[in-house]
Ligand binder design. Structure first.
Ligand code: IVH
Length: 715
């Protein structure tokens, strides 16, 4: 990603235009990588930063907004595989914007000019709230809903019929009379309340997914957290599975016509009445204005109502009422001459930044949060705003004591747009992002290429304790029955279990716990504690691999724990070698990084864990309570490959080369890439090249794939 250090407000017009062009391309490319290739090239945070930057620049230079603006194209609007294309009967257009009375006056003047109307002629308009959702084109044949499509590029959209059919607001059958064939257009959206609930749910799911990923478990596709109701509606409509769409709370207001086999009405107002008779919801705040002068008042009225509405609107659309005039006026480019969107000013406010709190998530992620002097932004009191991550703070150079400009993005989630530099206190200093965890004091690290800084004190950090304990006792870890989340929380909050080792000291508190409601009092529950204590005792000698997995070290899932256990055999040896591996470049670090399946990045995570003294203390405390069993390599030490140096070359038929190498590793072999005098075996597959030759030259024993499989006891 290019570095963008200049604040949007410091850009010249020319720079802004160039950057909007660059952003459009970068975002489109990221969309393709993410949605079409399922191979994101940038992180979600980087992606969001690009979009935010684009929005910020567009807000400052609205006239520079591009036809291919990423803020118009819905995120993920790249045609996802699985949707057929659908050509609209007449193009779906966009609207010109007005920002002030003068713009609106210019709009009415141009109508008069074009139609050669005198000043006396009354121009009647229909005013409709402009909802920021997703426009759709609905085709009805003989009164039956047959097809629904997204706007797409305006000419061709995506066929999302099945998804639209799940909308409760969408009439499937129009009551007669109706034209033989008609296209009806409207906006699909999510209410603010529904969005907030959905946002919270997605955040929770993403958090859970991250935890599963950290435990090395399989995870489903990335969970997108929508930034605003519009994104949420767009994402919901573009689901490949209509059942998912059906569960999302989507609403529809109809407001425009597309192609129609016979005319429906003479005025737009009458057309809206007809839509209602057909069963569509038409925005109840829509009004037919007596003349053009009524627009300004209407704009003011709606601006006042705006904050209290349960959906976001970003302006008012004014449409000339007479359809014969609309037809005569036609279009310029992609916008009609007969309609305009008069936008509200962005809801902004300035206030003082009191402090920046660092919150520690359940997985140890450090997230900055701005705490401000409470201020009213467009009818909503705002006191907190997310600052996303440390790069964002640095980029905006947000400092404590600064006066900041706040904006509610998508009118819901507050953001800090910029700093009012003139009001910056003289003694202010750039914000220093902490490198230790505010919850536990452990060092917090930020792996190269990642935006998030994380606490390394997994075993001792109070912000993470409950999650870690849950993981520690889970099925693939120590598998202690009777310690569900509820019980862990109860024991944790009572101060009895704060670390994994405490679990094995629980028996010391048996008398206390027995006093608790549901834990020992009364007949039925009296066995509960006994059973739990027995389950704990049964786990004092866990297999080493389960023990390592249970520690919940980042990226050490069950599979990697197994690799470590087999490689290091005993707990004492593993501990000693991990400690040695904390030194970068040490022989122990090299060894760790070269274990098949581990690699340098995971080696770094392990080293970070062991570098934290408190983790070592917690580990040793635990080891004073439990004694992990030594691990054996598969096939035992009597495999002919144990302790041997093996090279694979050429194409294998029965398995991939990766798999064969992993098997050899498990058998205790050291797998290398090049043949030397130290090599014991070279397994030669089809089309082997120079390595096979070299083996022959050096007199190293070569094996065919069949021989290898036989000796490895695979066949
Ligand atoms: S009329 C030719 N009416 O605004 C007129 N659009 O910038 C085409 N929108 O893509 C649209 N509320 O998504 C119209 N009452 C309304 C609208 C509305 C929201 C959106 C729609 C369209 C965009 C145009």
């Amino acid at each position: 990603m290019t570095r963008r250090d200049t604040l949007p407000e410091q850009l010249t017009e020319e720079e802004a235009a160039a950057e909007l062009a660059a952003l459009a391309e970068e975002i489109a490319q990221a969309d393709i990588a993410y949605h079409q290739n399922d191979a994101p090239e940038i992180t979600d945070a980087e992606y969001d930063a690009l979009r935010r930057r684009n929005t910020a620049i567009e807000a400052l230079f609205p006239h520079l907004k591009r036809a291919d603006s990423p803020s118009e194209a819905t995120p993920g609007a790249a045609p996802a595989a699985g949707f057929a294309k659908s050509r609209h009967g007449t193009p779906m257009l966009s609207l010109d914007n007005a920002f002030a009375v003068a713009d609106f006056e210019e709009f009415t003047r141009s109508i008069r000019r074009f139609l050669k109307l005198s000043e006396e002629e009354v121009l009647r308009f229909v005013a409709e709230p402009k909802i920021d959702g997703l426009s759709v084109n609905l085709t009805y044949e003989k009164g039956v809903f047959v097809r629904g499509a997204t706007r797409g590029d305006g000419t061709v959209g995506e066929d999302i019929t099945r998804n639209l059919e799940t909308l409760p607001d969408l009439p499937r059958q129009l009551p007669a009379p109706f034209p033989e064939q008609i296209e009806i257009r409207g906006e699909v959206f999510m209410t603010k309340a529904d969005f907030l609930a959905f946002h919270a749910e997605q955040t929770r799911l993403a958090e859970e997914r991250e935890q599963r990923r950290e435990r090395g478990e399989k995870v489903g596709p990335e969970i997108r957290i929508p930034a605003n109701p519009r994104n949420a509606a767009a994402g919901s409509l573009r689901q490949l599975d209509p059942e998912v769409t059906a569960r999302r709370p989507l609403k529809l207001f109809a407001y425009a016509q597309g192609a129609s086999s016979t005319p429906v009405a003479e005025t737009h107002w009458d057309y809206l009445q007809q839509l209602e008779r057909w069963g569509f919801d038409v925005n109840p705040l829509s009004r037919r204005l007596p003349d053009e002068n009524a627009a300004e008042d209407f704009q003011g009225e709606l601006a006042e109502k705006r904050a209290g509405l349960d959906y976001d609107i970003d302006g008012v659309v004014y449409k000339l009422d007479r359809l014969d005039w609309q037809t005569r006026l036609g279009f310029v480019g992609r916008t009609p001459r007969w309609a305009i969107a008069w936008k509200f000013p962005a809801e902004r406010a300035t206030t003082e930044l009191l402090r920046i709190d660092i919150q520690v998530g359940r997985t140890g992620a450090l997230t900055p949060r701005a705490v401000m002097q409470p201020v009213n932004v467009g009818g909503v009191m705002v006191q907190h705003a997310t600052l996303h991550n440390e790069d964002e703070i640095a980029r905006k150079d947000v400092r404590i004591g600064d006066t900041v400009v706040l904006q509610r993005a998508g009118d819901v989630i507050p953001q800090i747009v910029s700093v009012v530099l003139e009001k910056r206190p003289e003694d202010s200093k750039p914000f220093e992002f902490p490198t230790t965890c505010p919850a536990c004091g452990s060092h917090a690290v930020r792996p190269e290429g990642e935006v998030v800084r994380r606490c390394t004190g997994g075993l001792i950090c109070p912000a993470q304790t409950v999650e870690r304990l849950k993981h520690f006792v889970s099925r693939n870890a120590l598998d202690i029955e009777g310690l569900g989340e509820e019980n862990i929380i109860a024991l944790h909050d009572a101060g009895l279990v704060k670390s994994p080792a405490d679990i094995f000291r629980l028996h010391e508190h048996a008398a206390t716990v027995r006093q608790w409601e549901g834990w020992g009092k009364g007949g039925k529950s009296s066995k509960k504690l006994d059973n739990l204590l027995a389950a704990i005792e049964a786990r004092r000698n866990p297999p080493l691999e389960r023990f390592i997995f249970a520690l919940g070290i980042r990226r050490i899932g069950a599979q990697n724990a197994k690799l470590l256990a087999r490689h290091y055999h005993s707990f004492a040896n593993w501990r000693a070698r991990m400690l040695a591996a904390t030194t970068i470049g040490s022989e122990a670090r090299e060894e760790l990084g070269s274990i098949q399946g581990i690699g340098p990045a995971i080696a770094t995570e392990l080293a970070e864990f062991f570098a934290e003294a408190r983790n070592r203390a917690a580990l040793d405390d635990l080891a004073s309570q439990v004694t992990p069993q030594d691990a054996e390599s598969i096939g035992g030490s009597d495999s002919p490959f144990a302790g041997k140096v093996v090279v694979f070359t050429g194409t294998l038929e029965q398995s991939s080369r990766d798999e064969a190498e992993a098997i050899a590793d498990r058998l205790g072999a050291k797998v290398t890439k090049s043949v030397s005098k130290k090599t014991d075996f070279v397994v030669v597959g089809a089309d082997a090249g120079s390595k096979a030759k070299k083996a022959a030259e050096l007199g190293v024993r070569t094996l065919t794939e069949a021989e290898w499989r036989q000796m490895a006891l695979l066949d």
